[in-house]
Design a protein around this ligand. Structure first.
Ligand SMILES: NC(=O)c1ccc[n+]([C@@H]2O[C@H](COP(=O)([O-])OP(=O)(O)OC[C@H]3O[C@@H](n4cnc5c(N)ncnc54)[C@H](O)[C@@H]3O)[C@@H](O)[C@H]2O)c1
Length: 371
């Protein structure tokens, strides 16, 4: 087997491993045998990823005697819905999926979220193995046990906490990733450094060009492993998202509002998180303890990450209104994850609504200035 980085994740009801390496797709069966997966396997993917990576995965599984079915969902955030989940469930049942079976998700965060949700509700829970294929899904969506689908009232409003049995990350698949999706994943790694680990943050800044490049390399493996480790530390300490885990939402309150306001497909999740981290960083400096010197460093870093956002289509008033609808925002007061310093975050309550408006304006102003 190829050389691997391994991370053991312990949670309330057991443990699983995250394996990161090159060429893992063609040896998936060996890893499933090692954790005693026996039943039929339902692969959930989309057309694009299935065309790129479905065959080596199926070859590995079938050569070890696994019975596989592949269910394809349309590509796109707008298909991460209960309706899609129901279609997948119907197809799996029609094709003989059993209670002892295992779902493999092969795709980005949309696929891991939707497939994880299906695995959690089908027969009240079947086996689940994630094979995330975007950087964002590797460092974020596939780690931590949150699954879900969107609802017309908002993003990720329907979901469950459901831990996988195994997560396999083959960094070679990142070579086909669009540059915008690479940036999107980088944003989530930056977030982990910003809220938890100053050294990791410095590593990301120093190696930014290599990490945003398309070649599978040791640096990207190192960065993914550390990001997963940091996320796992937070999740293990607070599996059901009460207090500590909320710091993972740094940049996401404004980010989600921007994403929702612009509409799916207009902005990548991580691009919105970059803007949201700018707004939250600005707030941290204005109403919190984040020093002017560190804010300067952070703001200069964020505005220089290449993102493609149609600011002309972004209505700051609509963003502010959507921010108040965020399920993570308390009804009576606005609570925000702010930075104390680079590498340390905390939850701050009672942020005046006017400051949120100004934070949103600070974002549009900063990106308009750089053109
Ligand atoms: N559950 C969680 O904790 C969590 C955390 C963060 C994000 N998310 C969710 O993740 C989703 C975003 O994930 P995403 O950014 O991966 O989006 P995505 O799944 O839509 O993938 C982005 C695009 O990249 C394509 N793609 C995937 N892998 C590829 C590859 N190797 N080569 C070429 N193209 C590839 C996809 O088909 C898609 O077109 C959102 O729905 C978000 O809510 C969940």
């Amino acid at each position: 087997m190829s050389e691997l980085s391994q991370l053991k994740i312990t949670h309330q009801s057991g443990q699983y491993e995250i394996l990161v390496g090159k060429g893992l797709l063609s040896e998936v069966a060996d890893h499933l045998i090692a954790i005693e997966v026996n039943g039929p396997i339902g692969i959930i993917s989309n057309n694009k990823i299935n065309n790129l990576y479905g065959d080596p995965l199926r070859r590995s599984l079938q050569s070890a005697g696994y019975v596989t079915r592949t269910i394809l969902i349309p590509d796109g955030e707008e298909y991460k819905t209960l309706a899609s989940a129901e279609q997948v469930i119907s197809a799996l049942i029609a094709q003989g999926m059993e209670r002892s079976g295992t779902i493999i998700t092969l795709g980005g965060g949309v696929t891991t979220d939707l497939g994880g949700f299906v695995a959690s509700v089908l027969y009240r829970g079947v086996g689940l193995v994630h094979i995330p294929t975007t950087l964002l899904a590797m460092v974020d969506a596939a780690v931590g046990g949150k699954t879900g689908v969107n609802h017309s009232a908002g993003k990720n409003l329907v979901g469950s906490f459901y831990q996988p049995d195994l997560v396999l990350m083959d960094v070679e698949v990142l070579s086909s990733l669009d540059q915008r999706d690479r940036v999107s994943g980088f944003a989530e790694m930056l977030k982990m450094g910003l809220i938890r680990d100053r050294d990791y943050l410095d590593f990301l800044i120093t190696n930014m060009d290599v990490l945003l490049g398309s070649k599978a390399n040791e640096k990207i493996i190192q960065a993914i492993v550390r990001s997963c480790e940091l996320k796992a530390e937070v999740v293990i300490a607070d599996e059901k998202e009460s207090d500590l885990r909320r710091i993972l939402n740094f940049g996401h309150t404004l980010g989600h509002a921007i994403e929702t306001t612009l509409g799916y497909g207009k902005i990548r999740h991580g691009e919105a998180v970059i803007l949201g981290m700018y707004g939250a960083g600005w707030l941290s400096n204005q109403v919190g303890q984040f020093s002017a010197e560190e804010w300067k460093k952070l703001s200069e870093l964020l505005v220089h990450i290449p993102i493609q956002v149609a600011f002309d289509e972004l209505d700051p008033i609509a963003v502010e209104q959507t921010t108040r609808l965020d399920k993570k925002v308390d009804k009576t007061q606005l609570n925000f994850v702010l930075l104390k310093s680079l590498g340390e975050a905390h939850m701050q309550t009672g942020i005046p609504k006017l400051m949120i408006k100004l934070a949103i304006e600070s974002i549009t102003k900063a990106w308009r200035e750089i053109g």
